[in-house]
Write a protein that binds this ligand. Sequence first.
Ligand code: ADP
Ligand code: MG
Length: 234
Amino acid sequence: MPTPILQVEDVHKSYGRGQSRFEALKGVSFDIREGESIAIVGKSGSGKSTLMHVLALLDGPDSGRIALEGADTAGLRGARLNRIRNTTFGFVFQQFFLTGNESVLENVVLPLKIAGVSGRERKRRGMAALEQLDLADKAKNKALNLSGGQKQRAVIARALVNNPRIIFADEPTGNLDTVTGAVVEDILFSLNREHGITLIVVTHDEDLAARCDRRIVIRDGLIVDGSTNVEAAA
Ligand code: ADP
Ligand code: MG
């Protein structure tokens, strides 16, 4: 059995302090294998986004351990942490919106800019990602002029441009109509199936969750179902 791409061991995470302290994660443990597609489901406020942020190394746990490819991530800081995040992960998060006044291409190549990739190479890879998402003709448009579905496709192009191993998506179809949501969903699953990119998606959408290999159900900061992969355990 190969090393899981992510291992989560007894992770706790609280917000605030004193009287207003709130424990959003109360000890969660599970493994994710490379190439899996995982849905994280649960009611609003159950801790899904907190778990995503911790998995994506955007926020550290208070206690417990997150290992990426078998290596503990606790000691990762600053430039090294940024580099690992930037080269290994792609993000489809509502809060990482596009910058409206910049062109679609500028938005998409941002992770490459951060990584110090040259202008010419940025353009080549950015256009390739936009072509995959059928948005090449919008490259020079301002991001604010895109439709909702086009914006979400541009966000996926940006998540792809670094050739990530894992894509994290938090409610990727939440603000889209059914038809556009289905298009975005198909794109995410084709990246998972055809390119072997591990897909971790928070969703309220039952159909989207059902398409994933595995569903992790979280309630009040605890996993109540799906912590072990049934096939892997068999
Ligand atoms: P979900 O994504 O499942 O809706 P979250 O992970 O966003 O849930 O939040 C889990 C709990 O932690 C909620 O009760 C929420 O109010 C609380 N919470 C989240 N972020 C913060 C924060 N920055 N400060 C205080 N409480 C927070
Ligand atoms: Mg959330």
